[in-house]
Design a protein around this ligand. Structure first.
Ligand SMILES: Cc1cc2nc3c(=O)[nH]c(=O)nc-3n(C[C@H](O)[C@H](O)[C@H](O)COP(=O)(O)OP(=O)(O)OC[C@H]3O[C@@H](n4cnc5c(N)ncnc54)[C@H](O)[C@@H]3O)c2cc1C
Length: 359
């Protein structure tokens, strides 16, 4: 975001409570460049994902950021799921996802001989990215454009003043200081609702309260990674809490299953080995070559969800809060998947908001 917002004619500070960038949501995800199949038409998620997909491939090619345009298959394992595939395909086409096609059982076997299914939706522009290099690239561009990045600097207070915001920060858990800014952008990931609250927003009323939703991953060993070439997904649940336990491959070709979907009360990244059977059962249907003993607990991430358990899908909130008497405060709340894919498009979107405020 700072890479897009920073410019030599304004002073931009990035405040980060950790010692480095990318220690929270952005290092605990699937690393997939999505193509915008699942999201409601015209939502920010749908629009920013399509734009982000295009921008990310362009950035990666131009600046040597590791990526692979592997493509993805959403696999139906019953006739009922085939109907859902058609609906997903229509939704994706409407969103502007490129090149989607439904393929038959035979075509699926030709592409992925080791995957079992009755049909599949093929998404040729889905891929994977080295997100750590991407973050490094964004940090370097932000600095080149004049932004200063302050690590170990935690925002602990926000007070509205006549012409902006007095922001109080804690540096290295010891010293405190404050400064005034006209524009404040809240993109605090798992803590963005707390920051909005610090700024004086009634987050229950604004519907900004986050629900933490854990996603665990299990690695797949036994040389099984060579048995598929693409990202393999099941047909998702109807309210798209998650995309279903799927197969992701990283740039080194390692295979893993995940992420699962579990609403939790606190942030804890431990992977519960008791969930192994559930992972195995859901993967086995599409990937008969997987054996129980191939799976090992790997890692977990926490989604910052606005959608509570059993509730309808919620869109990203990206808004300037003038109508809450907080002009110049830009909140980004609930930036879950496809937040990585959308990142360059979100940066542009927020930079335009900043331009409008300064006009
Ligand atoms: C399991 C999982 C799988 C996912 N898979 C994908 C995928 O395949 N493709 C995709 O496009 N997206 C995916 N996503 C979504 C994507 O990872 C996120 O949308 C994105 O990483 C969010 O980035 P962020 O900068 O908003 O949050 P973060 O990376 O968490 O950054 C927020 C930063 O704010 C800092 N901060 C918080 N509070 C304060 C404070 N008080 N003071 C100072 N600093 C503070 C934090 O330390 C943190 O570094 C996935 C997410 C999860 C959880």
């Amino acid at each position: 975001m700072a890479a897009h917002v920073a410019s030599p004619d304004r002073v931009v500070y990035v405040l980060e409570k950790n010692e480095r960038f990318g220690q929270e949501i952005s290092s605990r995800h699937s690393g997939v460049i999505h193509s915008s199949i699942y999201y409601p038409h015209n939502s920010l998620k749908a629009r920013l994902c399509v734009e982000g997909n295009h921008l990310l491939y362009e950035l990666c090619r131009k600046h040597g950021i590791g990526h692979k345009n592997l493509g993805k298959l959403i696999v139906a394992t019953s006739d009922e799921e085939t109907v859902q595939l058609q609906q997903l395909c229509e939704k994706g086409n409407k969103n502007g996802a490129k090149g989607l096609e439904i393929i038959s059982k035979r075509e699926l076997k030709n592409l992925e001989p080791n995957v079992e299914g009755v049909a599949a939706l093929r998404s040729p522009y889905t891929g994977i990215i080295d997100s750590y290099s991407l973050m490094g690239y964004f940090a370097a561009v932000a600095k080149d454009n004049g932004a200063q990045i302050a690590y170990r600097t935690k925002v602990v207070g926000i007070e509205k003043t006549s012409d902006g915001y007095k922001v109080t920060v804690e540096e290295g858990n010891t010293s405190r200081f404050s400064f005034i800014t006209r524009i404040l952008i809240n993109c605090a990931g798992l803590y963005c609702d707390k920051i909005a609250e610090l700024a004086g927003i009634d987050i229950a009323r604004a519907k900004y309260m986050l629900h933490y939703c854990k996603g665990e991953y299990f690695s797949v060993g036994g040389g099984k990674n060579r048995l598929v070439e693409r990202l393999i997904y099941p047909v998702p649940e109807s309210n798209v809490t998650g995309l279903g336990v799927h197969v992701t491959l990283d740039l080194e070709g390692r295979m893993r299953l995940g992420p699962s979907v579990e609403y939790v009360d606190s942030i804890d990244y431990a992977v519960d080995n008791r969930h192994k059977q559930t992972f195995y059962n859901s993967a086995k249907k599409m990937l008969p070559f997987i054996e129980y003993d191939d799976l090992e607990p790997e890692t977990a991430g926490i989604r910052p969800k606005l959608q509570g358990p059993g509730e309808d899908v919620r869109d990203f909130v990206i808004r300037e809060e003038s109508d809450k008497a907080l002009p110049g405060l830009i909140n980004l709340i609930g930036i879950e998947s496809p937040g990585l894919t959308s990142s360059p498009a979100i940066g542009r979107y927020v930079a335009d908001m900043v331009k409008n405020i300064l006009m």
